[in-house]
Design a protein around this ligand. Structure first.
Ligand code: FES
Length: 155
């Protein structure tokens, strides 16, 4: 059985963009589909609140590679909030459609994107928790010093 791929999908598969992995990324995430066995991972670099760079590694089918390539081209430069709203229908539309049996490949790309964004936000939240802890510790030290100096004055 042959599938009807659009020329855009074939081109995106044959000449994918943003393939590889970012060295020391700000976040990294993978997804796998137990039914078809395909896997996809994204790594991102974020500057401010924008995706400065995004790369993918695919262990999957032609549609997996084509959809990941389109997705990375589209979300690069977006804010995290904008990228969170990006959906699989946009990928399919850019490719001019996908065979019905291959639509899940675009959904997998979105799932991998959501995971890498969540991983980034989790890392950011952990970092801000640490900062909060440092601030609390500093305040506690300051108030201990203040207390100590007040006690000296009293005695
Ligand atoms: Fe499963 Fe393409 S066949 S991701």
């Amino acid at each position: 059985m042959s599938l009807n791929y659009t020329n855009k999908t074939i081109n995106a598969f044959l000449k994918p963009k943003n393939i590889g992995s970012i060295k020391n990324p700000d976040a990294l995430a993978s997804v796998g589909n137990p039914v078809c066995g395909d896997q996809l991972s994204f790594s991102i670099r974020v500057k401010g609140d924008r995706i400065k760079d995004i790369k993918f590694l695919s262990f999957g089918c032609a549609s997996n590679i084509a959809t990941a390539s389109v997705l990375t081209q589209q979300v690069k430069g977006m804010t995290i909030a904008e990228a969170k709203k990006y959906d699989w229908q946009k990928i399919v539309s850019i490719l001019g459609g996908l065979p019905q049996q291959k639509v899940h490949c675009s959904m997998m790309a979105i799932e991998a994107l959501q995971r890498v964004l969540a991983a980034y936000e989790q890392r950011l939240s952990l970092a801000s928790d640490k900062k909060l802890t440092i601030t609390k510790i500093t305040k506690n030290k300051l108030s201990s010093k203040t207390m100590a100096s007040k006690q000296k004055k009293v005695s």
